[in-house]
Design a binder for this molecule. Structure first.
Ligand code: ATP
Ligand code: MG
Length: 357
């Protein structure tokens, strides 16, 4: 029997609904699989913690997470707390503290989902976007001077290091190599960003030399948005900087049908620290507490978590259960045009996971 230590951090808003739902799915996996068990520990960090303690998570929070095998995260965001506090005080603290430098977002149109690209068949859109998650445009370096005066100025410095660029490109080439099409698109903007992105292109070519079996090409980020819409089938694995991939992956999620479906993993490929899995949506306070939250993004994140633990059979069972549920319009939540509740979708997925053992 293998027991995995899992940290759950629901965070704010609908995170408090979808993370417990994700835990139920993991419990269904454990109940129906010989050989897999989970030891859960829940952390009540986020906006409520901030109101009580003046910080989004305790100073020794990373220590408490360090020994876990994986983290299931909800969302950090609260209408009464500035975004830079909720974001930097919790989610990014964990991503940076554990050097989860690869943000990985699979995108595919699940069975039964009415996606906006009408000319696109379900098999034409099957991507994984790899986002640099530790540096670049979101390094947090910069400043603002002379506020309120005519000479006011501000900078956000994008820092790209050779080590940081090389490791994310290597990860992306390895991921592309592991997928059937063995194809990688490196997103760039070296025609306009003439320093860091030129280095990015050079390092891409260097890393590519070690992967002769991977077909790769370069695409400018602006042209990339059009290609994702017009020629989705020409793409497979995609790698981009922190900012570029942030934008492209929201586009990808929308093309796949709904924000409520898409998952992501913040991965430490070297496995020095736990990796963290979460739906891409935020706290969605507008629908909080009404049972309207679509838990599918969290369930797909659970699939990624299981893959990361090496539990491929269990991951496949959960993914098959998810697609059986999305194929049934009677089990669509409101964001997908249906009337099902978070609890109904969760029960349906858990029953299928249990039944497929
Ligand atoms: P944050 O500030 O934490 O990013 P947000 O409310 O700005 O949160 P999101 O939570 O990403 O942004 O969502 C935008 C909108 O999409 C929400 O208002 C909500 O109506 C809808 N939405 C997001 N996630 C889901 C979900 N899982 N199920 C149903 N609707 C969702
Ligand atoms: Mg938001």
């Amino acid at each position: 029997m293998k027991t995995y230590r899992i940290a759950t951090i629901p965070g704010d808003g609908i995170g408090k609904e979808v993370v417990p739902a994700g835990r139920e799915v993991l419990e269904a996996v454990a109940a129906s699989s010989s050989g897999i068990a989970f030891d859960f520990e829940d952390f009540g960090w986020g906006g409520d913690w901030f109101r009580a303690h003046g910080e989004m998570m305790p100073a020794n929070g990373l220590e408490a997470l360090k020994g876990k095998d994986a983290i299931l995260f909800g969302s950090a965001g609260d209408p009464h707390i500035p975004d830079h506090i909720t974001l930097w005080g919790l989610r990014l603290k964990i991503c940076q503290g554990f050097d989860q430098y690869a943000n990985v977002r699979p995108t595919r149109i699940l069975r039964g989902i009415d996606a906006p690209l009408k000319r696109c068949g379900p098999d034409d859109l099957n991507w994984v976007i790899v986002r640099e998650n530790s540096e670049g445009e979101y390094s947090g370096v910069g400043g603002r001077v002379h506020q309120g005066h005519p000479i006011e100025a501000a900078t956000d410095v994008s820092i790209m290091t050779r080590v940081g660029v090389e490791r994310i490109l290597r990860y992306a080439f390895q991921l592309a190599q592991s997928r059937p099409r063995k194809q990688l698109t490196v997103v760039t903007k070296s025609n306009a960003q003439r320093h860091a992105m030129v280095m990015w292109d050079e390092i891409a070519a260097e890393v590519a030399a070690g992967f002769p079996d991977v077909k790769w090409d370069k695409e400018l980020v602006d042209a990339m948005t059009a290609r994702m819409v017009n020629k989705p089938a020409t793409l497979d694995t995609i790698v981009a900087t922190n900012l570029h991939a942030d934008i492209l992956s929201d586009l990808a999620a929308a093309l796949a049908g709904s924000l409520g479906i898409a998952p992501t993993g913040n991965i430490d490929p070297e496995r020095r620290y736990p990796s963290m899995f979460e739906p891409i949506h935020g706290s969605a306070f507008d629908i909080m507490g009404q049972g309207l939250a679509n838990p599918v993004g969290t369930f797909w994140s659970v699939v990624m978590l299981l893959e990361h633990l090496g539990e491929h059979a269990a991951a496949q069972r959960v993914m098959a259960a998810i697609e059986q549920v999305t194929a049934d319009p009677g089990l669509h939540t409101r964001d997908l045009g249906g009337r099902a509740t978070t609890a109904q979708v969760t029960q349906a997925v858990c029953a299928l996971v249990a039944g497929s053992a």
